[in-house]
Write a protein that binds this ligand. Structure first.
Ligand code: UD1
Ligand code: UDP
Length: 386
C-alpha cells in the first residue's frame, strides 16, 4: 500500500511527524513524504528534529504571498507528485491551504484522502479564516476521517461527512509526549537550552505569548500589543513573545513592542525549545490552535486571544478561556491568574481531553484495515473537571 503524507506548515509538521514515523515502521506500507514548504524557516527545523526525510519538496513559500497564489501553485505542483507516486492514499492534516489544496488535487484524481484532525469547527467561516472553510471542504470529500475527540466526530456527522470515521485522539499529544520524554531524560539537553536563554529571569513568572491568526491582523494585533505593554509594568512578570515571521505580524509587533522593557521579542523557537518554554511558563497567552491542546496536557492555563474556538474541550474542562483581543480584557484575565492563587490552581490543572499519545498508532491501524481501539477520553475527562 502506497501512502503519501503531505504537509507544509509548522503545526502540520509537528502533528504529522509521529504519524509519518509510525507509517515508516509498517511493513505493509510504502510511505512517502511530500513537504510543500508553505513555511520554510518554521518547517525545516521540525523536519530535522523528528528525523524525517522528505521525498518531495515543492518549495512553495514566497514572502507574503496571497492565499490564491499559494493555493494555485500548490495544486499545480502537487499534481506532478501525485502523477509520479500514484499513491493508494493521500494523508493531509487539519485546515491549512496546503491540506485543502493538496487534498482537493488528490480528490480530483480519485485518490482516497485521509484527513487527520478532522471534524474541528467554530461554526463561523470568518474565524479562523480561511481555516474553517478548509476543514469543512476536507471533511466532505475525505474517505477517511481521523477525529481527535468525540465532539469532532459529532461535527463531522452533522456536516454530512460520507467517509469512514475513527476517534483517534490528536497526534499533537504523541508529538509533545516525545518531546517531554526527551527533555525529562536528558539533563544535559535541558541545561543546554537554559544556557541559550540566559536572560530568562527565575524570579519572575513567565507569560509566554504567541499570535499569528489572519483574522487578528490589524486591530487584533494592536490590542494584543497594548495589553502586553500594560502587563509589562508588573515587576513579578516576564513576557516572552516568539514572533511569527509573517510580515503582517512581525512588522506591527516589533514597531509596538520592540523597545518595551520586559517584553522579550524573539524569533520563533524550535519545537523542543518551545516545549521547554511552555513547561517553564506560568501562563500561555495565544491565538494558536496547537497551544490550546498542549496547555491542558502540560497543566498550563491557556488564555485564548480569539472570540470563538474549534477546541471547546479545554474550555469545558476549565483549563482554557476565550479572552478575545481587547486589551483591557486580556490584561484583566492575566492579572486574575497572577493574583488569585485559587483561580490559578483550578485553571492550571492537568487535563487531557485531546489524546493519550497513541493517535498515530490508531491511524495506521485504520489505514491497514486492522480493528481500531477508538479513544473516548473526552467525556470522562471532562466529567472529572467540570
Ligand atoms: C498558516 C496556516 C494556519 C497555521 C499557520 C501556522 C493557512 C491558510 N494558514 O498561516 O492555519 O496556523 O500557518 O503558523 O494555511 N513566513 C516566513 N517563514 C516561514 C513561514 C511564514 O517568512 O517559515 C512568512 C511569509 O512571508 C509567508 C507568511 O509568513 O508568506 C505567511 O505564511 P502562511 O503560511 O500564509 O501563514 P498563515 O496563512 O498566516
Ligand atoms: N511552536 C513552536 N515554536 C514557537 C511557537 C509555537 O514550536 O515559537 C509550536 C507550538 O508548540 C505548537 C505549534 O507550534 O505545537 C503551533 O503552531 P502555530 O501556532 O503556528 O499554528 P496553529 O496551531 O495555530 O495552527
Amino acid at each position: 500500500m502506497r501512502v503519501l503524507s503531505i504537509l507544509g506548515t509548522r503545526p502540520e509538521a509537528i502533528k504529522m511527524a509521529p504519524l509519518v514515523l509510525a507509517l515508516q515502521q509498517e511493513a505493509n506500507v510504502q510511505s512517502a513524504l511530500c513537504v510543500t514548504a508553505q513555511h520554510r524557516s518554521l518547517l525545516d527545523p521540525i523536519i530535522d528534529l523528528f528525523g524525517l526525510k522528505p521525498d518531495f519538496d515543492l518549495d512553495i513559500m514566497e514572502p507574503n504571498q496571497s492565499l490564491n497564489q499559494l493555493a494555485s501553485r500548490l495544486m499545480r505542483k502537487i499534481d506532478n507528485v501525485l502523477e509520479e507516486t500514484k499513491p493508494d492514499y493521500v494523508l493531509v492534516h487539519g485546515d491549512t491551504t496546503t491540506a485543502m489544496a493538496c487534498g482537493l488535487a488528490a480528490f480530483h484524481r480519485r485518490i482516497p484522502v485521509g484527513h487527520v484532525e478532522a471534524g474541528l469547527r467554530t461554526g463561523d467561516m470568518s474565524q479562523p479564516f480561511p481555516e474553517e472553510m478548509n476543514r469543512c471542504v476536507l471533511d466532505i470529500f475525505s474517505t477517511h476521517l481521523f477525529l481527535p475527540t468525540d465532539a469532532a466526530r459529532r461535527n463531522a456527522v452533522k456536516a454530512g461527512a460520507t467517509g469512514r470515521l475513527w476517534v483517534t485522539g490528536n497526534t499533537i499529544i504523541d508529538a509533545i509526549s516525545l518531546m517531554k520524554d526527551k527533555l525529562l531524560n536528558d539533563s544535559d539537553l535541558r541545561a543546554g537550552i537554559e544556557q541559550r536563554f540566559p536572560w530568562l529571569d527565575p524570579t519572575r513568572r513567565l507569560l509566554l505569548v504567541t499570535g499569528h491568526r489572519r483574522e487578528n491582523f490589524g486591530s487584533g494585533v494592536d490590542g494584543i500589543c497594548v495589553a502586553l505593554k500594560q502587563l509589562a509594568k508588573r515587576d513579578d512578570l516576564q513576557i516572552v513573545y516568539p514572533v511569527h515571521p509573517n510580515p503582517n505580524i512581525r512588522g506591527p509587533v516589533y514597531v509596538a513592542l520592540g523597545s518595551s522593557p520586559n517584553v522579550k521579542l524573539i524569533d520563533p523557537l524550535d519545537y523542543l525549545d518551545f516545549v521547554w518554554f511552555m513547561q517553564r511558563a506560568h501562563i500561555l497567552l495565544t491565538d494558536s490552535g496547537g497551544l490550546q491542546e498542549e496547555g491542558p496536557f502540560l497543566g498550563k492555563p491557556v488564555l485564548v486571544m480569539r472570540d470563538v474556538t474549534e477546541r471547546p474541550e479545554a474550555i469545558s474542562a476549565g483549563t482554557a478561556r476565550l479572552v478575545g483581543t481587547d486589551a483591557s480584557r486580556i490584561v484583566a484575565n492575566v492579572n486574575l491568574l497572577l493574583d488569585d492563587e485559587e483561580q490559578y490552581r483550578r485553571f492550571g490543572r492537568r487535563s487531557n481531553p485531546y489524546g493519550d499519545g497513541l493517535a498515530s498508532r490508531r491511524i495506521v491501524d485504520a489505514l491497514c484495515g486492522r480493528p481500531v481501539a477508538e479513544l473516548h477520553i473526552h467525556d470522562s475527562v471532562l466529567a472529572s473537571y467540570v
